[in-house]
Design a protein around this ligand. Structure first.
Ligand code: AMP
Length: 142
């Protein structure tokens, strides 16, 4: 199964932040939209990713004053991406190896979506259920 299959079943909106937004703005958006990370954009180009973990770590190390800082101070600049033609298993391996739960999808340098660990787990459960049903049908019908 490919990443494009997951993207087809998702809302196509990609929720982003601007690189000069404050950490507090980002925290509000994460809370309101019930998501775990935002892609950080500068003039249409992706320049980083910030997740709830970055904010928690930032507060733990620098205190609540970090909320007034710009998102650039906490974001990860080197973003790991995948292509929509990549297999879901391969993205799952990347998430495990790199310990990340969000992977933006880029096709020909164009941002086309974002895949989360929740999307991947949902897809794997659905696949396992289909396989189990197919086996049950096979056994029942001989
Ligand atoms: P997450 O598990 O996705 O909440 O993120 C854990 C850490 O990895 C945070 O420091 C994020 O900024 C960073 N991170 C999340 N997704 C990516 C990604 N696709 N590429 C690079 N770093 C990431």
């Amino acid at each position: 199964m490919l990443v494009s299959h997951i993207l087809r079943g998702k809302d196509s909106e990609i929720i982003t932040a601007s690189s000069d937004d404050s950490v507090e703005d980002v925290a509000k958006t994460l809370g309101e939209r019930r998501i775990g990370a935002l892609l950080v954009m500068e003039g249409g180009t992706m320049v980083g990713i910030i997740s709830e973990r970055d904010i928690v770590r930032g507060i733990a190390i620098r205190g609540q004053g970090v909320l007034a800082d710009s998102v650039q101070s906490l974001m990860t600049k080197s973003v790991v991406t995948c292509a929509s033609s990549e297999s879901i298993n391969s993205v799952m391996a990347t998430m495990t190896e790199r310990r990340i739960r969000h992977v933006p999808v880029m096709d020909d340098d164009q941002l086309v979506g974002i895949i989360t660990i929740g999307d991947v787990v949902k897809e794997r459960i659905s696949e396992a259920e289909h396989e189990a049903q197919a086996l049950k049908d096979y056994i029942a019908t001989g």
